[in-house]
Design a protein around this ligand. Structure first.
Ligand SMILES: [Zn+2]
Length: 122
C-alpha cells in the first residue's frame, strides 16, 4: 500500500536558511553514485611461505591490501589486488563522503522540523 502525507516543513530565519542551503548544496553534490564502496582499505604484510622467496628473510613479507567492510551485519575482509588499490581507495573515500552527506541532510531535516514546530508554536 502506498500513501504519502505531505508535510510542509518550512521554518524561517537564518539558521533554517543555512541548514536548507547546506542540504541542497549536498544534494546537488551527490546525485546517486553507483560505484561507491563502504569500509576501509588497509595495508598489511604477509610472508608467502616459499622458502626460496626473498620474503622468507624479510621482516615484513609481501604487501597485502584489504578492504574491510560490513555486509549483511557481518564484518568481511576482501583482498584487493595491488593494481586495484588506487581506484578502490577513491571509491572508499567517495563512499565515506557520501555517507557523511546523507547523515548531514537527515540531521538538517530533523533540525528544520524542530525549528518549524517551534515557530508554529505547536
Ligand atoms: Zn614471498
Amino acid at each position: 500500500m502506498y500513501y504519502y502525507t505531505h508535510m510542509d516543513i518550512a521554518p524561517k530565519g537564518p539558521q533554517a536558511a543555512r541548514l536548507r542551503q547546506r542540504k541542497f548544496q549536498r544534494l546537488r553534490q551527490f546525485p546517486i553514485p553507483p560505484d561507491l564502496l563502504p569500509g576501509s582499505l588497509s595495508l598489511t604484510h604477509r610472508r608467502c611461505g616459499q622458502p626460496t622467496c626473498h620474503c622468507a628473510a624479510d621482516k615484513k613479507g609481501h604487501p597485502v591490501w584489504s578492504l574491510t567492510f560490513m555486509a549483511g551485519g557481518k564484518k568481511r575482509v576482501e583482498r584487493i589486488p595491488p593494481e586495484w588499490v588506487e581506484e578502490v581507495q577513491h571509491r572508499v573515500e567517495a563512499g565515506r563522503e557520501f555517507k557523511e552527506a546523507v547523515a548531514e541532510v537527515f540531521a538538517a531535516n530533523a533540525q528544520l522540523l524542530a525549528l518549524w514546530r517551534k515557530q508554529q508554536g505547536r
